[in-house]
Design a protein around this ligand. Structure first.
Ligand SMILES: Cc1cc2nc3c(=O)[nH]c(=O)nc-3n(C[C@H](O)[C@H](O)[C@H](O)COP(=O)(O)OP(=O)(O)OC[C@H]3O[C@@H](n4cnc5c(N)ncnc54)[C@H](O)[C@@H]3O)c2cc1C
Length: 502
């Protein structure tokens, strides 16, 4: 992946000189997740010499691949929200437009102690739009449904409007409008799967942009969600790429390198400071590929795309005004993938998967994705690679507040995955051909109440006032909000601010 000896185009080559062991370059991007790669690609496209540094041995961050039973699978993000065209536009720009796929329309189910039902369609993070939907009556029960109907008539309190002095949490919005049962039985399991956080800990505006405005304008949460959904393109609420979302990372890296940029892996950035002329970036301990252990770079521009765990200490070191900045953390997520041979799964007994409430006895997983039911390309690939009746199941562990140590042992996680899949899908799994466990510690940082204010503070400080004004950008899911749709749109906007006027 690293291309240190690669001939760069003339224009960028002039920008790079060696001085006292310090390498000079136009742009350093810290972090080769999707956010960093997007900005790096824009820098390279603007003719700037760009070096991307990542601590890991593979690029892509949470958009990763792993091989299980000979199949190339997504090890992290496996889809993108289609509420905006941001990800599809990026895919098209990278030549992947023809590879965009929609999931099977069967949709997912939701499991609780008292049963398993198809998840009502057309909602947002589990918030329903149609309270007359028959599956909703089954999933909620008559009393909870009666309470939810208050949403149509109760006036919208000022505390739930976009101008509220204390930005409301998603949990507060749902509880106030539709009641505790809608929150518990629908929204909490979905949010736990998508954000690895409790709805009470998430800023409503950050995780559902435009929702409070739509609520205020329509006078109802259901109608507000319906309005947001109808503003998006018709069709499925998520999409992916044939072959997996990790293809996006390969395409970005290829494009950066083709334009003379470099992606250096195994380089953990440990220091960032600025003098009158330049930014100084240091990589050190932890960088497995930096031969001398430490590398130093000087750059005109720096993009901090490394995630909150790295970014917050670097930012607070640079800007005393951010000293009180909390580093948002996310619950650790453990994913268990099972590739099984089971004819019973050909019928897709639970659609594309199951979201699991906290009250289901004997089940530890918070979500199960029946990946070969969800993505037709994967079913074809599984049949071609391993024969008929082969299915890919991905189970997700780690609820908000749960101790990560519970899922530290692979063998125990795989045993739980097999047991949980059998229970949730209601069929015998048959032979397990191969399996894998992947851990994501804190990779889904929670955007807590007041998130937008904190982002504004960070970006104001980063823009700066003295020498170097406008030469530092901070990007990534911890600011933009989790999910590729948010990260792609925000990273592209930040890149435009940094490079378009050059
Ligand atoms: C398990 C999982 C499933 C997900 N599923 C979906 C999904 O289906 N759909 C969706 O839209 N979103 C999904 N997401 C969220 C989505 O993947 C993220 O929001 C997005 O990829 C974040 O990108 P990023 O570049 O901001 O951060 P990251 O992907 O976290 O990248 C940050 C990078 O910085 C590097 N880094 C950290 N410290 C340093 C340092 N000191 N020096 C150098 N480099 C450093 C890391 O190695 C990493 O490569 C999922 C996330 C996870 C964890």
């Amino acid at each position: 992946m690293t291309a240190p000896d690669k001939a760069a185009p003339d224009k960028t080559e002039q920008d790079t000189t060696e001085q006292d062991d310090v390498e000079r370059t136009a742009v350093v991007v810290i972090g080769a997740g999707v956010a960093g790669l997007i900005v790096a690609e824009r820098a390279a496209a603007a003719g700037l010499r760009v070096v991307v540094l990542d601590a890991a041995d593979v690029p892509g961050g949470s958009v990763a691949r792993h091989e299980v039973a000979g199949l190339d699978l997504d090890a992290g993000a496996e889809s993108f929200a289609t509420r905006s065209t941001a990800v599809a536009d990026l895919a098209r720009d990278l030549g992947l437009g023809g590879e965009i796929v929609a999931p099977d329309p069967a949709g997912a189910w939701i499991a609780h102690r008292d049963g398993t039902w198809p998840l009502p369609r057309a909602g947002l993070l589990g918030i329903p739009t149609d309270l007359d939907d028959v599956s909703l009556r089954a999933a909620l029960g008559p009393d909870a449904l009666d309470r939810a109907r208050h949403d149509a008539t109760d006036p919208v309190p000022a505390a739930l409007t976009p101008g509220a002095p204390t930005p409301p949490s998603l949990g507060t919005v749902v509880r106030t409008r539709m009641g505790e049962q809608v929150l518990d039985r629908l929204v909490r399991p979905v949010v736990s799967g998508v954000h690895a956080a409790d709805p009470d800990a998430l800023d409503a505006q950050a995780v559902a942009p435009g929702l409070l405005a739509a609520l205020e304008e329509t006078g109802s949460l259901a109608a507000g969600v319906a309005r947001l959904r109808s503003a998006a393109k018709a069709g499925s609420s998520v999409g992916s790429l044939r072959g997996g979302m990790h293809r996006l990372v390969d395409a970005l890296v290829d494009r950066i390198e083709a334009q003379g940029g470099e992606v250096r892996l195994g380089h953990a950035v440990t220091g960032l400071h600025r003098d009158d002329d330049d930014w100084h970036v240091t990589t050190g301990a932890g960088g497995t590929a930096a031969p001398e252990g430490t590398a130093r770079l000087r750059a005109d521009r720096v993009v901090l795309a490394a995630g909150a765990g790295t970014a917050v200490p670097l930012l607070t070191g640079l800007f005393p005004s951010l000293a009180d900045l909390p580093a948002p953390t996310g619950a650790p997520v453990t994913l268990a993938t099972l590739v099984v041979r089971s004819d019973a799964l050909d019928a897709h007994p639970r659609g594309t998967g199951v979201l699991v409430g906290e009250d289901v006895p004997g089940v530890e997983a918070k979500a199960l994705t029946h990946a070969t039911a969800k993505w037709a390309w994967l079913a074809d690939a599984a049949a071609e690679t391993a024969g008929p009746g082969v299915h890919v199941l991905r189970l997700s562990y780690g609820r908000p507040g749960e101790n990560a140590a519970r899922y530290a042992d692979d063998a125990r996680v795989l045993e739980a995955a097999r047991r949980d899949a059998t229970s949730l899908l209601g069929v015998e799994l048959g032979e397990v051909l191969d399996s894998d466990v992947v851990r994501w510690p804190g990779a889904l940082p929670a955007a807590g109440p007041g998130h937008a204010g904190r982002v504004a503070r960070i970006r104001t400080a980063a823009r700066g006032t003295g020498p170097g004004t406008g030469t530092l950008a901070v990007v990534g899911g911890w600011l933009a909000g989790n999910g590729l749709a948010a990260v792609v749109a925000d990273s592209r906007a930040q890149a435009a601010q940094l490079f378009d006027k050059l």
